[in-house]
Write a protein that binds this ligand. Sequence first.
Ligand SMILES: [Zn+2]
Length: 427
Amino acid sequence: MKKKLTGLLVILNFLVLAPVLATSYVGEIARQYVMLSLSLGEYESGYIDAYYGPEEWQKQAKEKKMPLKNIIIAAKSLQDVLIKEKSKDPLVKLRILYLKGQLNALVSKALMINGSINYDFDQEAKALYDTQPPHQELSSFQPILDELNRLVPGKKPLAKRIEEFQKQFIIPKEKVDVVFRAAIRACRERTKPFVNLLKNENFKLEYVTDKPWSGYNWYQGDSFSLIQVNTDLPIYIDRAVDLGCHEGYPGHHTYNGLLEANLVKKRGWVEFSVYPLFSPQSLIAEGSADFGIEMAFPGKERLVFERDTLYPLAGIKPELAELYVKVATLKEKLSYAGNEIARLYMNKKIDADKAAEMLHQYSLLSTDKSKQRVSFFDTYGAYIINYNWGRDLVKQWVHAGPDQTKAGRWKRFGQLLSSPRLPSSLN
Ligand SMILES: [Zn+2]
């Protein structure tokens, strides 16, 4: 019993000492936050998305396995101490807000895991991701569906027609790797002139199956990422640039590398050596990774690159590229219908079969992809809003910058990737 309470006692000792010492406690709070995050990670696999701090902290969290209720008490105590922290330095101010937001999510997640709270979709989005996603009537997507009806005419139901149309754009299995590597290279080349990529940065690309996601970046620390691609379902040509930018440049690999270099190594801000997946940081991570596609390939540049470079590599007819981009752009707008369906499903208004059927009907996902998406909802809950809603929030913030030249936008985007900014600080 005593052994199990050690983590809490460390915090309580610190809280007793805190008023005596006339200094800032942010560094100590940050250290305790890392320990509590690792401790909570012991209760849910996948909670800790990345950790590259001291190994003994991880070991300590595993061995002591702090009781959930103590994690909650300790995190709340840290929040109380944090309220008194003030700074004139804008970056330190963001750091304090970051710790507040992350601790708030940590408490919420711990309450969810021990079953003492049951959030609906919007409550979860607020509690874990520090945001209020928009609501849209499903009927409001009808004009987009009508437009797609015109672009891909025929007698069969629209979702079926779209699925058949898209078959022409599947990358043959044996060409996936060469196409993906070409796309990642291009994403890197387009990011490098504007973002300080680290000298030793690198990644490994792997192909996996049987996952609820289509791609994943496992950041390993020291500027190295393991990027995995799920090959369960057919891979369409536009996935290459999506993946290259989202998981690589200027997405997750770049973001994690910059946080590590600028905040962990340069400033000693240990809280960035841990990345709890169900936290506000994910909205910035996913949002910037998705908006990163537009940063690297603004305007028609993506179409030109895909048509002239990737289509020939994949053996797909380049003359179809323009129509495919039109269809894909409209389909992307339908991703917000997916958020509405996720809300209905998580709020127990519809069951899994109905959710898959509606994703097929409104988001025009293939039958198999719809099922994969429902399994994503099961695993990750309201996390889905971090992609499209996160992207739109990040886009708004970048577009609100004082310098709207290409270099100016990259500068602002780079600032976001190198600072402790959370969704509620995106204004
Ligand atoms: Zn991602």
